[in-house]
Design a binder for this molecule. Structure first.
Ligand code: DHY
Length: 326
């Protein structure tokens, strides 16, 4: 399927991805992972939830860890430009027959949750409490020195359909992998904020959250994190990398939190803000698309992901097979 032409005047304006809530089974263990090891800053916490932000972020949170019985991901949060956009977004989702529920979210102004046509839960809002800048408080930097949330990647049961829907709401494709034999998209990277992606889709049993990524200052911070993880009891949580992606040209590492939620540590992709940027096409058979240096991704990377809230694991999701073998 051809990549749709960019929709430069979408029905409402999304600024960027913003935050996600992860259900975790042991808050103390997750705190050790996200705060003590990765270096995210706690902005609020009680016995049920921990709110976190990265060093550059002025908004109150980019990750909420909430205690629960089963690991799940909740709504993927997106920030809109203004309240008018929020009303237009509501109208858009209602017109598609998708549910809109206005919800009370601490530290956020009016927010509603909905879902995409495959069932991926989404949340839209305009304002989040603003906090004082800490990006020059270098005494606070720890772990991998996470600067900001960068993107979500989701398993999609039909990447052509996902790209068509997100294109309608203004996400522009920067790079994509096509299965030359079937002509279908195997994966696609789409953005709002002018980087390679806010939202990517990977072919597989879904919808599920494949990973959430954080931008860090340099590849050296990733090497330092690996030294830290391998000498502080986290060596088994290293999943893939370090390496450089072919797609996005970013330096990367994938790690798993104590519940298996996947986090990508990511830096140095490129600017994509030109409205006439030509998407880059990769062949599914090209091993360099994933890792420029040629190393293959492990099986777990293709099969495992976080279920969303309300989803029950079905056998296919317990051991999900990619629909097209990588
Ligand atoms: C790739 C994956 C990502 C990303 C950029 C590029 C390519 C791949 O490994 O399939 O998660 O952020």
């Amino acid at each position: 399927m051809p990549i749709p032409a960019p929709n430069l005047y979408p029905p409402f304006n999304i600024v960027r991805l913003s935050h996600v809530e992860l259900i975790v089974t042991d808050l103390a263990k997750s705190r050790a992972f996200y705060v003590d090891m990765l270096g995210l800053q706690v902005t609020d916490e009680d016995s049920e939830a921990i709110y976190l932000r990265a060093m550059e972020e002025r908004g109150h949170h980019c990750i909420v860890l909430r205690k629960g019985t089963e690991p799940r991901a909740r709504d993927l949060g997106f920030k809109l430009f203004d309240d008018d956009d929020l009303d237009k977004a509501e109208a858009f989702f209602r017109a598609k027959g998708l549910p809109v529920d206005w919800v009370d979210r601490p530290f956020q102004s009016r927010s509603f949750r909905t879902r995409d046509p495959h069932g991926t839960p989404l949340e839209f809002y305009v304002k989040m409490d603003r906090l004082p800048p800490i990006h020059q408080q270098y005494a606070l930097y720890r772990g991998v020195k996470p600067l900001r949330i960068d993107h979500f990647n989701c398993f999609s049961p039909n990447v052509d359909e996902s790209v068509a829907f997100y294109n309608e709401i203004g996400f522009r494709v920067t790079e994509y992998t096509e299965d030359e034999e079937s002509g279908h998209l195997w994966a696609a990277w789409t953005h709002r904020k002018g980087g390679v992606h806010d939202m990517a889709f990977t072919n597989g049993t879904g919808p599920r959250l494949h990973h959430t990524a954080f931008w860090v200052p340099t590849p050296l911070n990733i090497i330092d994190l690996l030294d830290l993880m391998s000498t502080t009891g986290w060596v088994d949580n290293i999943e893939r990398g370090p390496g450089r992606h072919g797609i996005s040209n970013a330096f990367f590492l994938y790690i798993r939190d104590p519940d298996g939620h996947r986090i990508e540590i990511y830096c140095s992709d490129y600017q994509t803000v030109d409205p006439d940027l030509e998407p880059i096409k990769w062949d599914l058979k090209d091993p360099q698309r994933q890792t420029l240096w040629g190393a293959p991704a492990p099986k777990s990377w293709f099969e495992e992901g976080s279920l969303f809230e309300g989803q029950e694991p079905v056998p296919a999701q317990l051991k999900a097979q990619p629909i097209i073998a990588p």
